[in-house]
Design a protein around this ligand. Sequence first.
Ligand code: PMP
Ligand code: GLU
Length: 391
Amino acid sequence: MLSKRIQNLSQSATLSLNAKVNELIAKGKDIIAFAAGEPDIDTPDFIKEACIKALKEGKTKYTPSGGILPLRELLSNSINARKRAEYSPSQLTITAGAKMGLFLVFSAILNEGDEVIIPSPYWVTYPEQVKLLGALPVFVDLPEMSGFELIPELILEKITERTKAIVINSPCNPTGAIYSKGSIEKLAEICLSRKIFIISDECYEELYFDGNVPFSPISISKELREITFLVSAFSKSFSMTGWRIGYVASPNSFAKAIENLNAQSISNATSFAQYGALEALKNPLSADFLSSLREIFQKRRDVAFQELSKIGLSVNKPAGAFYILANFRRHLVSLSEEELLNKLLDFGVACVPGSPFGARGLFRLSFCLSEDRIKEGIRRISKAIESISLE
Ligand code: PMP
Ligand code: GLU
């Protein structure tokens, strides 16, 4: 018999739809997949070569559980420089992706019955991890009309004496919103005065558009860094989703516990993959890679926004990440989300239904494909919608 917690665990809506779509494609079905939340661009060669070199040099053994020292050192320097912080290498733990990093953080701070505030729409994994630990996700709806901006007053309304933490994710999956500095500062004040942890998931930190660099709560002050866990990864920034290298920057008093949890769950992040990540931080070519990544995704964002607007679907223009939420609510009068998903698949296009993100009727399109494919995919969406109106 499965444990009660596992019985209640949902499958990952994003990963399962990816798998379903890939299966259909393997069977020969022509599908334009807006489902996968990962860059279609390959990992840069200089990163791959550093990993191959590490393998050849025999860097194939356990590493320290917090990660190899040069990576922790360079990463703390890089975070400190980019975000005006003062982390020491010992505050950083290298994990198997940001997903594992989040799980370590939740495990380190949550007790049974604690509440975690999650602004909605949210990334599918947060509530599942919180529930697995016997804690309760508390959702705060961010209005579509305000571009899904973080509204601290709405957060305040949901705080109780059981509130342990709030998760913020800017740039946000699935909304593409980047929270303003003012909103983050207001939230920070609230969290400091109420002794609430901030978990800042900054996985998409390098994917921002129009020069709108995301602001992090860790940049505010040392006091803030003592209540904030920064979670991020190389996955999206360097097209390294399969490498499974992420990290947590923890308050001083939690760093050792996070490292111990990593040691007791995965021992360490894969040794040779850590050397690839180290190269990403070291190599001057990384700066060019990141700016070309932003340029490519900004153009795709513009195409997706324009084409979806043209076919009459209401959308907010994403400020970052590579997702856009399209409002299909008026097409869901006679159809369930699943029926709409299947209808879209019949027309050769896949998008992720909104309910698992806490946003029923808002389907997520990830623009990790060429501009031509984006246009063609949206043309197919338009045909699917026409066919619904004719039914
Ligand atoms: N946070 C968010 C918001 C994500 O979209 C994802 C998905 N990649 C993750 C965390 C997990 O990242 P990783 O692949 O590094 O585990
Ligand atoms: N984060 C990506 C997404 O939302 C990858 C899949 C996952 O880890 O959920 O699609």
